[in-house]
Design a protein around this ligand. Structure first.
Ligand SMILES: NC(=O)c1ccc[n+]([C@@H]2O[C@H](COP(=O)([O-])OP(=O)(O)OC[C@H]3O[C@@H](n4cnc5c(N)ncnc54)[C@H](OP(=O)(O)O)[C@@H]3O)[C@@H](O)[C@H]2O)c1
Length: 344
């Protein structure tokens, strides 16, 4: 069997270990695509259960997080792939089987992970993950909330700390504070000791103040550049004209970090600032630090929508609105119907 591997903007393929000859292939439920398209191409069906390769663990998935990159890949945004393909890059579950030379976890451990974009496989009952991208799950939250964390929280962490080097006492403007990435960024920046200004529509202002934002600007009624100036860092999760209007609010020597497109070099030079766009990388060690912050109470994932795995298409429709508060999660192992985050 082959799986797609993302290289640059294209896809190549690598082999996945198969059961020994003569053994029946185990199956699982999964959401697969057989062609690129919209939410309607997501198909809930039987698929072969993957077998862990050297250095991998097989995770029995309890919940899978949904991110905008999922539907961008389903639309074919990252180039041609080989079908059938299972998207999904955030999972929380239990270690089922250890691959050869996998030593960091034991069967039965509760874990969560941001899976490499090259392999994905999160919209399923089982997935294999290189153990270096896996971390013990936070103990104080359930699988649905844990599955909401990896990609978005790692993005916020790598943007603010690894790329922009945000420090205590600095001021950061975070565009899109109410979204999956933004709501983690607001909390991580506050934890670091920064002053946080963020943009959101009015219904999300109270939510963001509760997360610790010092100032929330309604981007629908006010131009942020009229009320913000001389910040140390802008973190852009929105792009487009929001990016164009952001350069001028950063103090000389400050930093513009983006996850939605590179800054224009001439604009950086004109304003005397630095800037960079980047793609989030899987990182089990950083995920363990994030898990510890969650268990300490300093960081809290917000899940606004939970769908069963077989309704992944509805989850993608919600994500494509571009106005989800916090995160969307697919429930793979059903929780009790009384759960407070469960939506009808
Ligand atoms: N490069 C990378 O590594 C990387 C990693 C993660 C994500 N991304 C990309 O980053 C983007 C954001 O990801 P996400 O997961 O945070 O998406 P998301 O959860 O869908 O973000 C939705 C949020 O965006 C807010 N929003 C929409 N338009 C806005 C505007 N003009 N100004 C301020 N806020 C606005 C909405 O708030 P309101 O409802 O209040 O409007 C909503 O809360 C996506 O394009 C995603 O693909 C890139």
């Amino acid at each position: 069997m082959t799986l797609p591997l993302l290289v640059g903007t294209g896809l190549v393929f690598f082999s996945v270990p198969q059961p020994a000859a003569g053994q029946p292939a185990a199956t699982m439920h999964a959401v697969r695509i057989h062609q690129f398209g919209g939410p309607e191409v997501l198909t809930y069906e039987q698929a072969p259960r993957p077998v862990p390769a050297t250095g991998e663990v097989l995770i029995r998935i309890h919940a899978a997080g949904v991110n905008p990159v999922d539907w961008k890949i389903v639309k074919g945004g990252f180039g041609a792939g080989k079908f059938p393909m299972i998207v999904g890059y955030d999972v929380s579950g239990v270690v089922d089987t250890l691959g050869e030379a996998a030593t960091r976890f034991r069967t039965g451990d509760e874990v969560f992970a941001y899976l490499p974009l090259q392999s994905g496989g999160g919209y399923a009952e089982y997935v294999c993950a290189p153990e270096m991208v896996v971390s013990a799950k936070p103990k104080t939250i359930d699988h649905v909330h844990a599955a909401a964390v990896p990609l978005a929280a790692l993005t916020a962490w790598q943007a603010l700390f690894d790329t922009a080097k945000l420090e205590k006492g600095q001021t950061v403007l975070i565009h899109g504070g109410a979204g999956g990435v933004g709501h983690f960024a607001v909390q991580l920046a506050k934890w670091r000791g920064a002053t946080v200004i963020t943009t959101a529509s009015a219904p999300n202002h109270e939510f963001l103040k509760e997360l610790g934002a010092d100032q929330v600007i309604d981007y629908k009624t006010q131009k942020f550049e009229d009320v913000v100036k001389d910040v140390d860092v802008v973190f852009d999760t929105v792009g487009g004209e929001t990016r164009e209007r952001s350069y001028g609010v950063i103090k000389k020597g400050g930093f513009f970090v983006s996850i939605v497109g590179p800054p224009a070099p001439d604009k950086l030079k004109e304003h005397g600032i630095r800037g960079k766009a980047f793609l989030v990388q899987p990182n089990g060690a950083q995920l363990a630090e994030i898990a510890a912050l969650i268990d300490s109470g300093a960081l809290k994932p917000t899940v606004s929508h939970v769908f069963p795995l077989d309704q992944a298409g509805k989850a993608h429709e919600q994500s494509q609105t571009g106005h989800t508060r916090g995160k969307i999660v697919l429930e793979v192992v059903p929780r009790s119907e009384e759960s407070p985050t469960r939506k009808p």
